[in-house]
Design a protein around this ligand. Structure first.
Ligand SMILES: [Zn+2]
Length: 500
């Protein structure tokens, strides 16, 4: 067995309205080369200007990962040629990135495995994205809309050991930046991209030769790519061979990594301070604006919800996957509490409805979980439904139909229940009328029930209760109906005599 060391570099597109160094629109899916100007096209003599909103969002991520925000932060030019980067250099950060030396605890279950670990964050730095190359047969097309889009790179220390841990890190990072509202976390659209590096060595020998893996377009590929790479390198060491420091590409069709190039060292980029941008000094007002924009982070929220509402770890984790859903849950629970349910009872009932019925309906209607806030079944309506059901005002069967009706008709549950006559009859006198009528038509069953015992008696009782329920159109409260039927049969062991 070898020790393995995994580090990640995660790039996220910040959700700023404009690009990081010019006023061009920052949007995905626009007509190619329409969101461009001389600055992001790299014309000679143009001047970049820093988008403060991008710095603020970057600092929020830095705070979430417990990074230090330095007294001064600035930008450097990173020189390299790439056809999708018209300036032939990228404005990035090198000597004093906006977030430094942080750490984050990752915790949770991935592929059935519980993982808990502290991962050190080396830095978070702000830079501009490059454009996009589209290869079609013999020609390559360039779209510069993405050139200059705000990009935050989060770099970890090599503190992870398995593909599963790296997958969990990405999952948690994604959830965090979405909670903060600074990135949509959409890996398919490329708004969150990860590169991984991994080295293995004999135990106690420290880091080995670093291999970088690129093209990891999903958190699953991060896991697969890293585990493949650890196995490949282990086999090399087993065979007495050496590992080459290089960059490899993940081939998702063949489930393997392939050699791409030997790694350049950092000095190859010839970084130097960007002369056209002043040093940024975050003052007290700026730092306060960062703090004010912070929210409770997902992992903290999961823990609080378990303690406060008595949810299981799994329930809390599922509900907290999306901030909108967790907000919905807490609002609905508070409303149900206001209607007289205890906090834990309210929470348990809301959690069950939410995770079973509501999630199912959302996916059926093609509504993303984050859209739950603007859904017709608002938290107040779910709370009303749950409290009616808790108070025995509607049957379990009707509760489900009610949920559908609220969504279809965009109406309050109370109104629908009234209109449809779904409210259960809980007036004993009204139910007694139905019991009497059933007793008159079911004399033979009743006579048999009075002398039968055990199972037979139970069967006949259930049959008679069923008759009472159907005589009231399914609206009699089943508990009251059962009690009255038992009394009618009489002569039992007294099990029901305590119910008044
Ligand atoms: Zn521009």
């Amino acid at each position: 067995m070898y020790e393995s060391f995994i580090g990640l570099e995660v790039h996220i597109h910040l959700l700023t309205k404009t690009k990081v160094f010019c006023g061009c629109r920052s949007a995905f899916g626009d007509e190619p080369n329409t969101d461009v100007c001389p600055v992001c096209m790299g014309y000679p003599g143009v001047l970049p200007s820093l988008n403060i909103e991008a710095v603020r969002m970057g600092c929020m991520v830095a705070r979430a990962f417990n990074c230090r925000i330095p007294e001064k932060t600035w930008f450097e030019r990173k020189q390299y040629f790439y056809p999708d980067m018209p300036k032939n250099y990228q404005i990035s950060q090198f000597a004093s990135p906006l977030g430094q030396q942080g750490s984050v605890d990752i915790e949770g279950k991935i592929s059935g495995k519980y993982i808990q670990k502290r991962v050190r964050i080396k830095e978070c730095h702000l830079e501009e994205d490059a454009g996009k190359m589209i290869h079609t047969g013999t020609v390559s097309l360039l779209d510069y809309n993405r050139a200059g889009v705000s990009l935050l790179e989060i770099v970890t220390e090599p503190d992870m050991e398995t593909g599963e841990e790296a997958e969990l890190f990405i999952h948690q990072l994604r959830r965090t930046v979405r909670y903060l509202g600074v990135c949509d976390g959409d890996m398919e659209k490329g708004s969150l991209r990860a590169d991984a590096n991994v080295s293995i060595n004999f135990p106690g020998k420290g880091l080995g030769k670093k291999v970088e893996i690129k093209n990891l377009n999903s958190s699953r590929f991060v896991k697969l790519g890293l585990n493949y790479e650890i196995a490949r390198q282990s086999a090399l060491l087993d065979a007495g061979k050496t590992i080459v420091q290089e960059t490899r590409l993940w081939n998702e069709n063949r489930d393997e990594t392939q050699s791409m190039r030997k790694k350049e060292n950092a000095h190859d980029y010839r970084y130097f301070p960007e002369p056209d941008l002043p040093v940024f000094v975050p003052d007290a007002a700026f730092l306060k604006s960062v703090d004010d924009a912070m929210v409770e982070l997902p992992l903290e929220r999961v823990k609080r919800m378990i303690a406060e509402y008595g949810l299981s770890e799994e329930q809390a984790d599922l509900i907290c996957e999306e901030k909108a859903e967790a907000d919905y849950f807490e609002a609905a629970t508070a409303e149900a509490e206001a209607r007289g349910l205890s906090k834990k009872d309210a929470a348990a009932r809301i959690a069950n409805r939410l995770l079973q019925d509501v999630k199912h309906i959302l996916s059926r209607e093609g509504i993303e979980p984050r859209g739950i806030g603007s859904f017709r079944l608002g938290p107040g309506r779910l709370a009303a439904l749950v409290s009616m059901s808790a108070a025995g005002k509607i049957s379990g069967k009707n509760a489900k139909q009610l949920l559908e009706a609220v969504i279809k008709e965009d109406a309050d549950p109370e109104v629908i229940v009234k209109e449809r006559g779904w409210e259960l009859i809980s007036d004993p006198a009204k139910i007694a009328g139905a019991v009497k009528a059933v007793a008159e038509t079911e004399t033979a069953t009743l006579t048999e029930a009075r002398t039968a015992d055990g199972r037979r008696r139970q069967t006949l009782t259930a049959y008679l209760v069923g008759r009472v329920l159907s005589a009231t159109g399914g609206r009699a409260d089943p508990k009251i109906a059962a009690k009255q039927v038992e009394e009618l049969i009489g002569g039992n062991e007294g099990r029901y005599s305590t119910v008044s």
